[in-house]
Ligand binder design. Sequence first.
Ligand code: TGC
Ligand code: FAD
Length: 390
Amino acid sequence: PPPFDPNDPAGIDDLLSADEKAVRDSVRQLCAQRVDPYVADWFERGTIDDVRGLAKELGALGVLGMHLDGYGCAGMSATEYGLACLELEASDSGIRSLVSVQGSLAMFAIWRWGSEEQKTEWLPRMAAGEAIGCFGLTEPDIGSDPGSMRTRARRDGDDWVLDGRKMWITNGSIADVAVVWAQTDDGIRGFVVPTTTPGFSAPEIKHKQSLRASVTSELVLDAVRLPAGAVLPEVRGLKGPLSCLNEARFGIVWGALGAARSSLQAALTYAGERTQFGRPISGFQLTQAKLVDMSLEYTKGLLLALHLGRRKDAGTLRPEQVSLGKLNNVRESLEICRTSRTILGANGISLEYPVIRHMNNLESVLTYEGTVEMHTLILGQAITGQSAFR
Ligand code: TGC
Ligand code: FAD
C-alpha cells in the first residue's frame, strides 16, 4: 500500500478524479499566492485589499458561479465546487464567503429564477468577477424566521417600490447588484436591484470579531423604484431564497473543513516543534489524543462532504441532507479549531498563526446560512415528522 499520509489518514484522495484534483490544485495555488501571505493582515485591519482585483482573479479561474451552466459560468460539478470551497476556506472563511455569496446566492438566484434579460445582463459579468453581487434576506428583526420579513415591495403602475432594511449582508457595500427578497401582495418575491438605484445604500457593519476579512453591511431601501423587469419572474414564496440557501449551505459543508484542515495542520506542526518537559509536546498522550480525535472528525466530515457531493452531482441530494452536512461539519470544524488552539498554548491566540482567525470565523459560519439550532430542527422534523419551529 502507499505510505501513510498524516494529512489524509484514510486515503480519501483516492476517491477523487484527476479533474477534481486539478480544480483543487488550481484554487489552492491561487490562494497560496494571492490570499495566504496577506489574509492575517486583512483580518486584523478588517478589510480585503483590492477586493475587486481578487474577484476578477477568482473569476478568471472560473470559480464564481462555477457549478452553473451557460452565461459565462464554468459548468463544473458540485463536487468540484465543494473542493474549491474547502481550499478557499483553508485560507479564510471570508474569502469563501465572497465566493459563496457571489456564486451560490446572488448568481444562483438569477440563474435559477431570473428572466433571460436578467441572466444576460448580470451573469457573464458576475462570473468574470467584474460585477459583485449580494443577497439580502436577513433583516434587523428577522433572521431564522425569514417568512416574517418586513421589507415590502408594492406596485406603482408598472414599477415596483421597495422599502425596508436588510442586515448582516455579505458583500453589501461592494456590490454592484443586490438580490433582495421582499413581501408583496403575492407573497415573498426576489428583486434584482442595481446598487446605484436612488434610495439604495449599504453602510458597512463595523466592530466584528469574526469574518473580518469580509465585507458585511446593512442594506437600506428607501423608496427604491425599480422597473417591472426587476422582479425574479419564476418564483414566489420562501422557496425562492431557501433554494439558494441549499446551494450555499452545500459549499459550507466543504468549506468549514478547510478552516479545520488549516488549524489541524498548524497544531500538528507546532506540536512537533514545541518542546516542554524535555520532549516535543506531540509525544504526550494527551496531545496525541487531541490530534487523533481531530483527524478522525476531519476525515469523517470529508467523507460526508464527498458523499453529499456525489449525491448532488447525481441529482439525488435532499435539503435535509445538506442540513445534516452543514450541522455536522461546521460544528466539528469549530471544535477542531478550538482544540488546535489549546495545542498552540499562548501562541494560539495570536494572528501569527491561522488558528484563532479560523476559530473566530467559524463562529459566524455556525450562525449564518441557518443556525446550528435551525439545522437541528430541520433534521428533527425530518426524522420525527414533527415541526418544532413554532
Ligand atoms: P416552510 O413552511 O418549511 O417552507 C416554506 C416554503 O419553502 C419551501 N422550502 C424549501 N425550498 C427549497 N429548499 C429548502 N431548503 C426549503 N425549505 C423549505 C417549502 O417547501 C415551502 O414551499 P411552498 O411552495 O410549500 O410554500 O418555512 P418556514 O417558515 O417554517 O421556515 C423553515 C426554516 C426555518 C427551516 C427556514 O426558514 C430557514 O432555513 N431559516 C433559516 C434562515 C437562513 O438560513 N438564513 C440565511 C440567510 S443568507 C446567509 O446567511 C448568507 S451568509 C453567506 C456567506 O457569507 O457565506
Ligand atoms: P436569530 O434568528 O434571532 O436567532 C438567535 C438565536 O435563537 C439563535 O441561536 C437561533 O438558533 C435561536 N432560535 C431562533 N429561533 C429558534 C427556534 N425556533 N428554536 C430554537 N432556537 C431558535 N444574511 C443574509 O441574508 N445575507 C448574507 O449575506 C448574510 N451574511 C452574513 C454574514 C455574517 C458575518 C453573519 C454573522 C451573518 C450573515 N447573515 C446574512 C445573517 C445570518 O443568516 C443570520 O444571522 C442567521 O440566519 C441567524 O439570524 P439572527 O442572527 O437574526 O438570529
